[in-house]
Design a protein around this ligand. Structure first.
Ligand code: CA2
Length: 151
């Protein structure tokens, strides 16, 4: 592990967190998510670089850049989870450990949300724990990263 930094990626529409659909996504905002992840990572000695975009290419560029200075990626790909081979290829291509997070329990929602293109390139999966699930993802990803470093 060369850097104690995580990349936090939030995909399309997650900038709307806390403004609509609180019955599905809760009332916390994207700023709350970024603070929770930053604090959880700091407790383990990691910095966080956060990106949210509604544009697939911006997310892919951020993932490619993480290869240079990050030890792992926490990602909620939003709806791209269910559609994007190119996002999956980017994650696979940088070969960093990935934690996939979903705020809602996608397995209990519409059938089109049941498949994730990201799932089998991620080593950590946290689904349906709400916004606190991001903290769970950080803790479990740091365990993977530090385990790799020690091993
Ligand atoms: O549960 C999740 O975290 C999702 O990744 C959220 C995506 C959805 O397409 C996935 O199936 C599951 C949607 C993100 C949109 O977030 C909004 C938040 C508030 C208001 C409107 C959208």
């Amino acid at each position: 592990m060369s850097e104690r930094r995580l990349l936090l990626v939030n995909g399309p529409n997650l900038n709307l967190l806390g403004t609509r659909e609180p019955e599905i996504y809760g009332s916390q905002t994207l700023a709350d998510v970024e603070r929770i992840v930053t604090d959880a990572a700091a407790a383990h000695g990691f910095e966080v670089r956060a990106v949210q975009s509604n544009h697939e290419g911006v997310l892919i560029d951020a993932i490619h850049e993480a290869r240079l200075d990050c030890a792992g990626i926490v990602i909620n790909p939003g709806g791209l989870t269910h559609t994007s081979v190119v996002l999956r290829d980017a994650l696979s291509g940088v070969a960093l450990p990935v934690a996939e997070v979903h705020i809602s329990d996608v397995s209990k929602r519409e059938a089109f949300r049941h498949h994730s293109y990201v799932a089998d390139v991620a080593v950590v999966h946290v689904v349906g724990e709400g916004v606190p699930g991001y903290e769970t993802a950080v803790v479990r990803l740091v365990d993977v990263i530090t385990g790799q470093a020690d091993g």
